[in-house]
Ligand binder design. Structure first.
Ligand code: KIV
Ligand code: NA
Length: 265
């Protein structure tokens, strides 16, 4: 199979082909995503919420991110694997950011890293890029800054924040990022960014006028019953399906129906 690279993603944008991206945190799920034909798997720090049950993405550690990423990489034959740099692993200074990115690349085998923020982390991004590590940006609702925002509502509805976001996107492109995620911003603004920068823009809650879409896989499979934002399309109700399967098993064990004669030695 031909691997998806950052160059393939650029060609996709240039040819008006949309890019599909989902999060993945473990080997079994990544096997399914990759064989289904997903273009990009994001080992998101949303693992902090989805895998570990934390309320925010802040607590997850670099070691934990590397564990998730290496599990995903072992499953993948085609997709580009992008790994989130966790909170606190890059904000200090650009040298710290580079050593974090190097650890991720070396220890997980991931293909690229993602950092949240714009002009304020440009020096770190440039330094990581000089080491030959591809960088994906992330603007808009950046969950590592949730305590600054104080709320998960749509970002950049006012001109000041919108203009700043456009400047940030252009700065990330100029620095050499291969792509940018835009999270939970007005669709018009996201479409404008996708037009004004040449690198692929991947949206989550950012409308259809961008170059690709990303969702948290547990959300779109409906494994996660509690999270129902407007931007989420649920493709399955796995919470219900899995509950039914587990209940059938419990019933069969209790009744003595499982195991039957063919299910034993
Ligand atoms: O961690 C994550 O899942 C993400 C996506 C929502 C873009 O960063
Ligand atoms: Na993230």
């Amino acid at each position: 199979v031909k691997r998806v690279t950052t160059h393939v993603l650029q060609e996709m944008k240039d040819n008006n082909e949309k890019i599909s991206m989902l999060t993945g945190y473990d080997f079994s799920m990544a096997t399914i995503l990759d064989s289904a034909g997903i273009d990009v798997i994001l080992v998101g720090d949303s693992a902090s919420n989805v895998m570990a049950g934390h309320e925010t993405t802040l607590p997850i550690t670099l070691d934990q991110m590397i564990y998730h990423a290496s599990s995903v990489v072992r499953a993948v034959e085609r997709a580009l694997v992008v790994v989130d740099m966790p909170f606190g692993s890059y904000q200090g200074n650009s040298k710290e950011a580079l050593s974090t990115a190097i650890r991720i690349m070396k220890e997980s085998g991931g293909h690229a890293v993602k950092l949240e923020g714009g002009q304020e982390i440009l020096e770190s991004i440039s330094r990581i890029l000089t080491a030959g590590i591809p960088v994906m940006g992330h603007l808009g609702l950046t969950p590592q800054s949730i305590y600054k925002f104080g709320t998960y509502v749509v970002r950049a509805k006012q001109d000041e924040e919108a203009n700043r976001l456009i400047e940030d996107a252009k700065a990330l492109e100029a620095a050499g990022c291969f792509s940018i995620v835009l999270e939970k911003i007005p669709a018009d603004l996201a479409a404008r960014v996708a037009k004004e920068v040449n690198i692929p823009i991947i949206g989550i809650g950012a409308g259809g006028g961008v170059d690709g879409q990303v969702l948290v896989v547990h959300d779109m499979l409906g494994i996660n019953n509690e999270f129902n934002p407007r931007f989420l399309r649920k493709y399955h109700n796995l919470y219900e399906e899995m509950t039914k399967a587990v209940q059938s098993y419990i019933g069969d064990v209790r009744s003595g129906d499982f195991p039957n004669e063919n299910e034993q030695y």
